[in-house]
Design a protein around this ligand. Structure first.
Ligand code: FES
Ligand code: MG
Length: 573
């Protein structure tokens, strides 16, 4: 206990008119007077929503966090923030990540709280809350809701997302009946929690654990496992101590933490979405992190976690095998974990994981027997992506990683949908499918459409992968030889806007290059003819388009970058 006067006392302390007012209104909830005696006030920032099914159980977890806060002598106050549900939100949850982060930042700063617990789960809820909290820099701890139990249909395990992509192709190729596809629907999401593949939700839950801002085992414990409740209670206890120790987010989110997270992402075969989110979070806390850091740091990290979409298993098996601490310990053993990095436990990340034991070397393999030698994210550059593009080698087809092909261009996602089933579409498996106007400004919001399905006539011949290039994102649950996040995007006048049907494109992942084989003077001519797209439909969308940065900068708003602290000297009355 520091005995230091806490931030919340600027509201609740003393006997002035304002203090009496702040306290008396809170007392309408039946709070005893000692709630306001200077003990840490802990905000529980909750993304619970029935429209975010992956986070629908977070009210219960919040109650368990409160137990821990009370036990440690704190005063918990739960508050809602905008919840981003990946499955329901249109046009894409990513459009609202920055908006939600503003909600979080202002809610934290404007209220009498000393420390924050971020309750997250579904994909965008993790980065939006951490971005907002990073801009305030109070003591902060993240608790993820945990993954669903494994999907199971007709006795077979079924992974969230990954199975939908695969089944949908199987139906188009005539390998699966529509009835079987519909039967699978009920068995895919059969408990509370987030997607149980190594999609974006599980990746981000792993990222916060790797960054040291969540307790060990945060990533893998299933949502319905009793130990998830224990983790919540321990999280509540710990945040009170963090307030006493004044252990702020900026003391944990240091450059080494981001380097660790990037390497962990390679080892788990994590989602390409993590690239955008980590760059955006780093930008908020003031740590320089670039697209190239992703390539440099992740380049030699093999993927050892054998989970869908890159591999076979699901999050339950990952948990039973020992979860993320096993992976972090394995990285430490090969000198790829900066073990001295601090964490919310008050101990270093190495201290957190040194006792970890691997209970299933099939699920968490050794580096000598990796799932893919080249995990991580490869960053490509060339005249088609001057500011970079990404590909996830572990999810790609090795034979396509070096490929030259004729471009088949889809101007928008609607153009793609209207032509892809046409038997006369001039395309074969050697072609490169190009999709544009799906980036941050173009869609707007950078939707997860980059893994566009193959034409049915090609699928029917048993071909399951082709090179695809876009300025879009792809779901973390998806797979394929898919080049994403091309920057600048087409809607910002990037070269992707200038590709024409029949142009030749060369992808060379080993050389990290993406080249449009069209002479610069011809591209200049095409550039002169390029027209920007139509204006957006909602007020927020116009704000978004004006201020969103390109994918290589994490697609944050330009005016939100940076840490603004938590001071609010002004009284409300
Ligand atoms: Fe919510 Fe996948 S849809 S985690
Ligand atoms: Mg997703």
């Amino acid at each position: 206990m520091t005995g230091k006067r806490l931030r919340s006392q600027a509201w609740f302390g003393g006997d002035g008119k304002n203090a009496i007012m702040y306290r008396s209104w809170m007392k309408n909830q039946g709070m005893p007077p000692d709630s306001f005696d200077g003990r840490p006030v802990i905000g529980i920032c909750n993304t619970w929503s029935e429209l975010t099914p992956c986070n629908a159980h977070l009210r219960d977890l919040a109650e368990r966090v409160k137990r821990g806060v009370y036990e440690a002598g704190g005063f918990p106050v739960e508050f809602p923030v905008m919840s981003l549900g990946e499955s329901n939100l249109r046009p894409t949850a990513m459009l609202y990540r920055n908006l939600a982060s503003m909600d979080v930042e202002e809610s934290i700063r404007g209220n009498p709280i000393d420390g924050v617990v971020l309750l997250v789960g579904c994909d965008k809820t993790t980065p939006s809350l951490l971005m907002g909290a990073a801009s305030c820099d109070l003591p902060t701890i993240v608790l993820s809701g945990g993954p669903m139990l494994n999907g199971r249909v007709r006795g077979e395990p079924v992974g969230s997302g990954t199975a939908v992509w695969r089944y949908s192709e199987d139906v188009k190729a005539g390998r699966m009946t529509l009835k079987d596809f519909m039967d699978a629907e009920a068995g895919m999401a059969r408990s509370a929690g987030s997607c149980m593949t190594m999609g974006t939700a599980s990746t981000m839950a792993s990222m916060v654990e790797a960054l040291g801002v969540a307790l060990p085992e945060n990533a893998a414990l299933p949502a319905v496992d009793a130990r998830r409740g224990v983790l919540a209670q321990l999280t509540g206890r710990r945040i009170v101590d963090m307030v006493h120790e004044d252990q702020r987010l900026s003391s944990i989110l240091i450059p080494a933490a981001f380097r660790n997270a990037i390497r962990v992402n390679g080892a788990i075969g994590g989602s390409t979405n993590a690239v955008l989110h980590l760059i955006a979070i780093a930008g908020r806390i003031g740590v320089p992190l670039s697209l190239d850091d992703w390539d440099t740091l992740g380049r030699d990290i093999p993927t050892i976690v054998d989970l869908q979409p890159s591999g076979r298993f699901l999050m339950e098996e990952f948990c039973y095998a020992g979860g993320l601490p096993v992976v972090m310990k394995a990285l430490a053993k090969i000198g790829k974990l900066e073990g001295g990095a601090p964490s919310v436990t008050g101990q270093s990340v190495w201290e957190n994981v040194r006792q970890a034991e691997n209970f299933n070397p099939e699920v968490i393999r050794s580096f000598d027997n990796a799932l893919t030698p080249e995990g991580g994210i490869a960053v490509l550059r060339g005249n088609l992506a001057p500011n970079g593009a990404v590909i996830k080698p572990s999810a790609a087809t090795p034979a396509l990683m070096q490929h030259r092909g004729r471009a088949v261009v889809f101007d928008t996602i609607d153009d793609y949908h209207s032509r892809i089933n046409d038997p006369d579409l001039d395309i074969d498996e050697s072609c490169i499918m190009v999709l544009r106007n799906c980036g941050p400004r173009g869609y707007p919001g950078m939707a997860e459409v980059g893994n566009m399905g193959l034409p049915p006539k090609i699928l029917a011949r048993g071909i399951t992968d082709m090179v695809r290039i876009s300025d879009a994102r792809m779901s973390g649950t998806a797979y394929g030889t898919v080049v994403l996040h091309v920057a600048p995007e087409a809607a910002a006048g990037g070269p992707l806007a200038l590709v024409r049907e029949g142009d030749m494109i060369t992808l060379d992942v080993a050389a990290r290059s993406l080249v449009l084989e069209v002479a610069e003077d011809e591209l200049e001519k095409r550039r002169a003819q390029w027209q920007p797209m139509a204006p957006p439909i909602s007020g927020y969308q116009s704000l978004y388009i004006q201020h969103v940065m390109q994918a290589d900068r994490g697609a944050d708003f330009d005016f939100l970058v940076g840490c603004r602290g938590a001071d609010v000297p002004a009284q409300s009355h």
